[in-house]
Design a binder for this molecule. Structure first.
Ligand SMILES: *Cc1c(COP(=O)(O)O)cnc(C)c1O
Length: 405
């Protein structure tokens, strides 16, 4: 295991061995986020098998969906992943540092004067607009840069991408050869809904336009798209969320392994009488003599206030000493209260960790309580937690937690 923690939080740790360092961080941190790199790799392998012979890329934007760009990119590369998608140039630079041989696409594309950065990092813009393409061409001609670019074609999302008519307009260029286009792609609107008629419409539109980009590899599917069938897989698939354990097939059981476990510390116990209320607004009333555990995680840590419990609404659940216990009252910024009346008094002590995510509490379950999707749960995970990486040993490049003195 290997820990990455804010070095400022534990300044003396620079003098400690990695093991002592981890122990120190765990002793001082109010929460611990464990990312299972082996599970991410297993998920990637499963997706790759499902999509073969299409290439399986890895989407690692937004700090690898909150899991840590560098350790995740390294673990995926060691498993055989060659192509990575990020949103921004800073993220591209992080992947380049972690995986020198990676092919990297930057989804937010090219904007004025970002050419030098594209060349320096050696990554490829995903171009979604004709002005952008023209500026990219100017940059490439002026500098002689020939690192390649993807063309994004809009087939229904109305977000990024050339219209079909615009895409048809650049076919002569494709036919002329030496065009510098290394991928043609589009993005699905409702891939997680198996029966959405939009899927088939986008497939038909994309198949037609991709077929005239002769010789250029094509890519349509995100995580959920992979499960829509082989015809959606083209030459490359681009899973993100499924790598990190989000269910890509919400209408069926989750085929992916859970990746993230989140624990936070019990900082106090208190006993209250029947009829007393808990937390801001006094929205939750004890219906019996109640024992509360006050846990050191709140909405500033990405545990959404929407998961609060009131007299009218059940909130999220937390696992205390192996038992599911309900949240009591409003989630506050740094803290939450949990009703532990049914946990034997000696099973949980002050200073013990409780489980907010893991041990059967899935990202998708939390998303339900948060009123959002698993994607937002992951990308909201707080920066105050100590981060522990499990597995990924095959990379042989587990980074030391803090620079050696
Ligand atoms: C984020 C993103 C993906 C990955 O989507 P998931 O649903 O997380 O698998 C793929 N393609 C594009 C264009 C994206 O923006």
């Amino acid at each position: 295991m290997n820990i990455v923690s804010d070095p400022k939080a534990i300044p003396q740790s620079t003098l400690l061995s990695p093991e002592a360092n981890q122990a120190a961080a765990l002793a001082t941190s109010t929460g611990v986020l464990t990312v299972d790199l082996d599970a991410i790799v297993a998920n990637w392998r499963k997706l790759e098998k499902t999509a073969v012979p299409a290439e399986c890329a890895g989407v690692v934007k937004a700090n690898a969906y909150g899991c840590g760009t560098e350790p995740v990119a390294r673990a995926l590369a060691a498993a055989g992943c060659k192509t990575f998608f990020v949103a921004t140039l800073d993220e591209a630079a992080a992947v380049r540092a972690a995986v020198p041989s990676a092919t990297i696409y930057t989804l937010d594309g090219f904007f004025q004067n970002s050419g030098e950065a594209y060349a320096r990092i050696d990554c490829r813009p995903v171009i979604g607009d004709l002005n952008e393409l023209a500026e990219w061409d100017v940059f490439c001609r002026r500098t002689g840069w020939s690192g390649g670019a993807a063309i994004h074609i809009d087939t229904g999302m109305n977000r990024l991408g050339l219209t079909i008519t615009e895409a048809q307009g650049i076919i002569p260029r494709i036919n002329a050869g030496d065009h510098g286009i290394t991928l043609v792609m589009s993005h699905l609107v409702s891939a997680e809904q198996l029966n959405s008629p939009i899927n088939a419409r986008q497939l038909t539109t994309f198949r037609e336009i991709a077929s005239v980009f002769s010789g250029v590899p094509a890519s349509l599917s995100n995580s959920s798209g992979i499960f829509l069938g082989a015809q959606f897989q083209f030459d490359m698939v681009r899973p993100g969320a499924a790598l990190y354990g989000v269910n890509p097939t919400p209408e069926a059981d989750n085929p992916m392994q859970p990746v993230v476990e989140l624990k936070a510390r019990i900082v106090q116990f208190r006993n209250i009488e029947r009829g007393e209320t808990v937390g801001y607004g006094g929205t939750w009333t004890a219906r019996r003599p109640t024992r509360l555990a006050i846990v050191s995680a709140g909405y500033a840590d990405g545990y959404f206030r929407a998961a609060s419990a009131s007299d009218g609404t059940r909130g999220a659940e937390v696992i205390v000493a192996g038992k599911r216990c309900p949240v009591a009252g409003r989630i506050s910024m740094d803290l939450m209260a949990v009703d532990v009346t049914d946990v034997p008094p000696n099973a949980a002590r002050r200073g013990h960790m409780v489980t907010l995510l893991g041990e059967g509490i899935t990202v998708d379950e939390l998303a339900h309580h948060f009123g959002t999707i698993g994607y937002e749960v992951l990308t909201s995970l707080g920066s105050r937690y100590a981060r522990v990486y499990k597995g990924g040993a095959a990379t042989g490049t587990a980074e030391p937690p803090v620079a050696a003195p």
